[in-house]
Design a protein around this ligand. Structure first.
Ligand code: SER
Length: 318
């Protein structure tokens, strides 16, 4: 990895992955590409920032050639709940975008990181200790794109030798940038209300267990996998990774240990509840541990403490 392109650079993962990559590989060597969302000040000031529509293959091709890119972190995509609202657009961006990235990578010999998700599983997948290799029949358009994406990445590796790698991310919790329309967003929104001393109205019902991860672990996972010795990788794409699994009431209880007055009520959103009910409660991530040494650093308690501290500081300075 010497010259890196990050698509979706203004999104929840991108806005933290870009600075991490820049501090590791040099500011000028990491090109941040956003689309419609205005970029975070730091992303523009610290290194190259461009506007890129991943549905336009010629535009991707030009950027890869102009900047002599050798590695692409392809993060641009619509999240699960937004994809259900507009499945046609989700197919175009999530699937069309990935296909374009893989084609350009085949022609220009780039390595590709593709984030899959817990959304790649479906209602008949085993929900506890979800195996690395198991039945995947998701019933959301987001999930259909993720499974297809995992397979397409495998195909480009075996057929063309493109160095594709990826993980199945759980719900990601972060204080820098809000997620844009996912099913696990409650686990981020809850902190904004908690630090503002407001009650939170949760859209998933109690007992809805899902895998989750704090963003510093998620960023580190992407970098470590891309730097891992390829000879140790048997799976390459779509490694299950997790750091914790909890239900909304357990997150609320964890917050209450630091903000005792915090309270939560529930107004269930049937669309997002149905999506959550089709996803794993807890994935088995042994393949990632064994093949490239994956190990999370943040559990529920540690993440909660850090989120509250950092988000309080961030909101104070506004
Ligand atoms: N966090 C994502 C979502 O909820 C899943 O990958 O859409």
């Amino acid at each position: 990895m010497k010259r890196i392109l990050v698509t979706g650079a203004t999104g929840q993962i991108g806005s933290e992955l870009v600075p991490a990559l820049r501090s590791r590989y040099g500011n000028a060597n990491v090109v941040a590409a956003g689309h419609k969302k205005p970029p975070h000040q730091g992303v523009v000031e610290e290194g190259p920032y461009i506007t890129l529509d991943v549905t336009q293959i010629e535009a991707i091709s030009a950027v890869v050639r102009d900047y002599q890119i050798d590695t692409i972190f392809h993060l641009a995509a619509l999240l699960s709940a937004v994809s259900e609202k507009n499945p046609q657009l989700a197919w175009k961006v999530n699937m069309g975008g990935l296909y374009n990235i893989l084609e350009v990578s085949r022609e220009n010999n780039c390595a590709v990181f593709f984030p899959s998700s817990i959304g790649a599983f479906g209602p008949n997948t085993p929900r506890d200790n979800t195996p690395q290799d198991t039945l995947q029949r998701p019933n959301t358009l987001y999930g259909v794109c993720k499974v297809s994406g995992e397979l397409l990445c495998d195909y480009y590796y075996t057929r063309y030798g493109v160095d594709t790698r990826g993980v199945r991310y759980p719900g990601l919790i972060s204080y820098e940038t809000l997620p844009g329309g996912g099913t696990t967003d409650y686990a981020v929104e809850i902190f904004y209300d908690a630090v503002a001393n407001k009650p939170y109205d949760c859209f998933l019902k109690p007992g809805t267990y899902l895998d989750m991860m704090y963003m510093p672990d998620a960023v580190r996972a992407a970098i470590e996998l891309m730097e891992a010795d390829a000879t140790g990788l048997k799976h390459r794409n779509a490694f299950n990774i997790t750091a914790m699994s909890f239900a909304p009431e357990e997150l609320a209880a964890s917050i209450q240990t630091l903000i005792p007055g915090f309270s939560m009520r529930y107004t269930v959103d049937p669309v997002r509840q149905a999506i959550a009910d089709s996803w794993p409660r807890h994935m088995d991530d042994h393949a990632a541990q064994e093949e490239w040494g994956w190990k999370p650093q943040y559990n529920l308690e540690h993440m909660t403490r850090d989120m509250i501290e950092r988000l309080s500081k961030k909101l104070e300075h506004r």
